[in-house]
Write a protein that binds this ligand. Structure first.
Ligand code: NAP
Length: 348
């Protein structure tokens, strides 16, 4: 049983349920508060929630009564998986009330004072919180968009070793990325939808912010251009990205392979509970990665990379894949919280 008490906003949704599943046996965090819309408020969780993950609702939260997503809640840390149209002001109110907020929503990802964090990639961006660390006040830390996280994670070792001049990415994104009930079955069956609202813009700006550098207390975005095209495909879980990259210096595909395969970071060094042994797994078979076969790699926390080859237009290309509700959402926020705890930002 963990010692840090956590509340989950949007607890009945796709990401909220994944939070509860991942936190069920967590050694550091215990779920003590749940919140959702007024449709669910006032009811025990097991009654309010249509549970859609394999297995049952975790016993410890079955009887917790769902509350309004407003402070005060009986917890020290708040995980937010509210829809972006309501998350912004709610998360601000929690942070102002002194709560440490870890959010999946896009509302605050580009705020100057909010670290947009991937613990293996930019843990130094936590310095944005140093003023709060001293005062013990509330703050917001965001995890990236569900496609951005795997793209930025895969680009990180290339940026460090070769430099990046330009990136063009095409995503094939799972249905669960749209939440529940998400895309109508008649729209997605036997089909591909080449539009996900705001997704291309998010990938383009968030990738540059994550791979940017801290300069005088602000993040200066990486200078390379990122172009994204996004598609919703008929897959339940697991986003895939076909990435073309122009590197700043010449490199052999075997050197890229080695950079991916040897990549490791602070979560692995600190042995954080949710850290996968390898953040990036390389598959050499010509037909991998695939959503059904590779989304659960590293308990859903590893990004699988394959198809590494020369590209006649931008120099190199590869394919990346990860689980959109684990590394792309709840698992990402939990790993962020584990790093914050290890670094002294979550003292309770
Ligand atoms: P979802 O399945 O639609 O769940 C939404 C949750 O928010 C439910 O618990 C719902 O409660 C609650 N909610 C809805 N309207 C509300 C309101 N007005 N006030 C308070 N609570 C409200 O959505 P999701 O897929 O879990 O996504 C949640 C957030 O995570 C979004 O910001 C999304 O962009 C982000 N995200 C999702 C993914 C993914 O793969 N799905 C990945 C990364 C980030 P009720 O059940 O009571 O309606």
């Amino acid at each position: 049983m963990g010692t840090v008490r956590v509340g989950i906003l949007g607890a009945t949704g796709t990401v909220g349920q994944r939070f509860l599943q991942l936190l069920e046996q967590h050694p550091q965090f215990t779920v003590t508060a749940l919140a959702a819309s007024d449709r669910s408020q006032g009811r025990p969780y097991a009654e309010a929630c249509a549970w859609r993950l394999p297995g049952a609702v975790p016993d410890a939260v079955r009887g917790l009564v769902v509350q309004a997503p407003e402070p005060p809640l009986d917890c020290d840390v708040v995980f937010s998986s509210l829809p972006s149209d309501v998350a912004g002001p709610v998360e601000t109110r929690f942070a102002r009330a002194g709560y440490r907020v870890l959010t999946n929503s896009s509302s605050h990802r580009m705020d100057d004072a909010v670290p947009l964090l991937i613990p293996e990639v930019n843990p130094d961006h936590l310095a944005l919180l140093d003023a709060c660390k001293q005062t013990g006040g509330g703050f917001i830390v965001a995890n990236p968009n569900c496609s951005t996280v795997m793209i930025a994670l895969a680009l990180a070792p290339l940026a460090a070793r070769f430099g990046i001049a330009a990136v063009a990415v095409t995503t094939l994104q799972a249905i669960s990325g749209a939440g529940y009930p998400g895309v109508a079955s008649l729209d997605i069956t036997d089909n591909v939808v080449p539009f996900i609202p705001e997704e291309e813009e998010k990938i383009e700006r968030e990738t540059r912010r994550i791979l940017g550098s801290l300069d005088a207390g602000r993040v200066a975005p990486a200078s390379f251009a990122v172009s994204a095209q996004c598609h919703r495909v008929n897959v339940v879980d697991g986003h895939l990205a076909a990435v073309r990259v122009k590197l700043a210096r010449a490199a052999d595909p075997a050197e890229l392979r080695e950079a991916f395969a040897s990549f490791t970071g602070l979560p692995q060094e600190l042995r954080l509970p949710s850290a996968p042994a390898r953040p990036i797994l390389v598959r050499d078979e010509p037909d991998r990665p695939q959503p059904r076969l590779d989304r659960d790699a590293g308990r859903g926390m590893s990004v699988t990379v394959g198809r590494i080859a020369r590209d006649t237009v931008l120099g190199h290309h590869f394919v990346a894949l990860s689980h959109n509700t684990i590394r792309g959402a709840a698992g990402a926020a939990i790993l962020n919280a584990e790093l914050l705890l290890a670094r002294g930002y979550l003292k309770v």
